[in-house]
Design a binder for this molecule. Structure first.
Ligand code: PMP
Length: 444
């Protein structure tokens, strides 16, 4: 573990990580597992301290949530100010101004010129559920197409859409009907754009009449699936196919939104205006907040009362989200995201050159949504999840939090805060490089 640093606030019970892990294992269902036995006591910016006072650099941001850093002073002040006025009255009963202000902002920020409307919920999965409801209500159709390797959440409908079995779907079926799956092109893994389009065409001929298809949902950069950007030409072709058949195109921007990929929303990389867009995670700096933003005519297909939720668009979440948007703008975090990607690119490419047998690919072309794929014998068709486990443990021991993803559990993902300093990036990359070196030595 890294040495004890600036922490003065050791947890009041004064027990360490191992003891908390034992208590967690006894008290919380094992299905809610944890990646590392590290119990965080407090955090600020890109740093966290555990209950033993160990310091960590955070390259995970709680899975792309605290894009503006932990407890950004502006977000903290906005939430504190809101707590003096109102915590809840229910937006469906007696609404409040900051929900309207936030919706107005999001409607202007969403890609494309078509007039937009917003609806609020609390989690990413709920946003996806509601996007499907809206698409079905608008089209009066049932079929929904999702893609291999896609991740859309843990509720029943979103699990049906999610294209990765273990650990998400195992033993949870049956899932809702009328969900169809098509390949997502990953040329590095042998699935070309042509193959993906051909398979979609086959789906329309064998299983689902496009005239019965309500929606297509995809992540503009696959997240849990392995950080694969949607190839631009393929994504644009999907837009055309949806237009030809009156299918609602839903971009799931839950992980990619709010500057994460070097654009405000990742669809902008392909110049695409989706019909509906789901958002959560980076939206409110760590406060549970999510929504769907979409073309007004589609959003308004649902009658009053058909959408919502008790905590939908809580005043605290709205205050936090408005502050996050201000910070992104004031601090130029969309541009900063691109610069972060470029800084990682240089260091990770060096590592790839040093370890060509195990670093199969480095993906930094989508801002601060960065991946490094670990393989055997330099072959992308030979994933190396064992090495990933070692590297991750080495990183955590050295005081660097990184995450994993990928269909084969062999992709390291880096999701630093967009407010991270160059010095912190360099420190984290040095720790990562040492961790990789030791893990590779340990394997040979
Ligand atoms: N969609 C995508 C693309 C996601 O990455 C996630 C979360 N990882 C979700 C939906 C679900 O969000 P939540 O966990 O907030 O329900």
């Amino acid at each position: 573990m890294s040495s004890t640093l600036a922490s003065n606030t050791i947890h009041s019970e004064m027990i360490g990580n191992a003891a908390w892990q034992d208590r967690k294992d006894a008290a919380i269902a094992r299905g809610e597992g944890n990646l590392a036995p590290i119990f965080i006591d407090r955090a600020e910016g890109s740093q966290m301290w555990d209950v033993e006072g160990n310091r960590y650099l955070d390259f995970g941001t709680g899975i792309a949530v605290v894009n503006t850093g932990h407890l950004h002073p502006k977000v903290k002040a906005a939430v504190a100010g809101q707590l003096d006025r109102l915590s809840h009255s229910c937006v469906m009963i007696t609404p409040y101004a900051n929900a309207v202000e936030l919706a107005e902002k999001l409607n202007t920020l969403a890609p494309g010129d078509t007039p937009k409307k917003t609806m609020f919920v609390t989690t990413g999965a709920e946003a996806v559920e509601n996007a499907i409801k809206i698409a079905r209500s608008h089209t009066r159709r049932r079929g929904v197409i999702a893609f291999d390797g896609g991740y859309h959440g843990r509720t029943m409908m979103t699990l049906g859409l999610t294209g990765k079995v273990a650990p998400y779907k195992t033993r949870f079926g049956p899932f809702p009907g009328e969900i169809y799956r098509a390949p997502y092109p990953i040329p590095g893994h042998g699935i070309t754009e042509e193959m993906a389009l051909k398979a979609l065409d086959t789906l329309f001929r064998t299983d689902l009449d496009p005239a019965d298809c309500a929606a297509m949902i995809l992540e503009p950069v696959q997240g849990e699936g392995g950080f694969y950007p949607a190839p631009t030409a393929w994504f644009r072709r999907l837009r055309e196919i949806c237009d030809e058949h009156g299918i609602v195109l839903i971009a799931d921007e839950v992980q990619t939104g709010f500057g994460r990929t070097g654009k405000m929303f990742a669809c902008e990389h392909a110049g695409i205006e989706p019909d509906l867009m789901t958002m959560a995670k980076g939206m409110a700096g760590g406060f549970p907040m999510a929504g769907v933003v979409g073309k007004a005519a589609i959003m308004d297909a649902v009658d009053p009362g058909g959408l919502g939720g008790t905590y939908a668009g809580s005043p605290i979440g709205c205050a936090a989200a408005l502050a996050v948007l201000e910070v992104i703008e004031e601090e130029g975090l969309v541009d900063r995201s691109q610069a972060i990607g470029a800084r990682f690119q240089t260091a990770l490419s060096d590592l790839q050159a040093r370890y060509p047998d195990v670093v199969g690919d480095v993906r930094c072309e989508r801002g601060a949504m960065i991946a490094l794929e670990l393989v055997e014998e330099g072959s992308m068709s030979r994933p190396n999840p064992a090495l990933l486990k070692d590297v991750m443990a080495q990183c955590h021991n050295r005081g660097l939090i990184i995450l994993a993803c990928g269909m084969y559990g062999n992709v390291i993902r880096f999701l630093p805060a967009l407010t991270i300093s160059d010095a912190e990036i360099d420190e984290g990359l040095r720790l990562f490089s040492e961790a990789l070196e030791d893990a590779v030595d340990g394997q040979t």
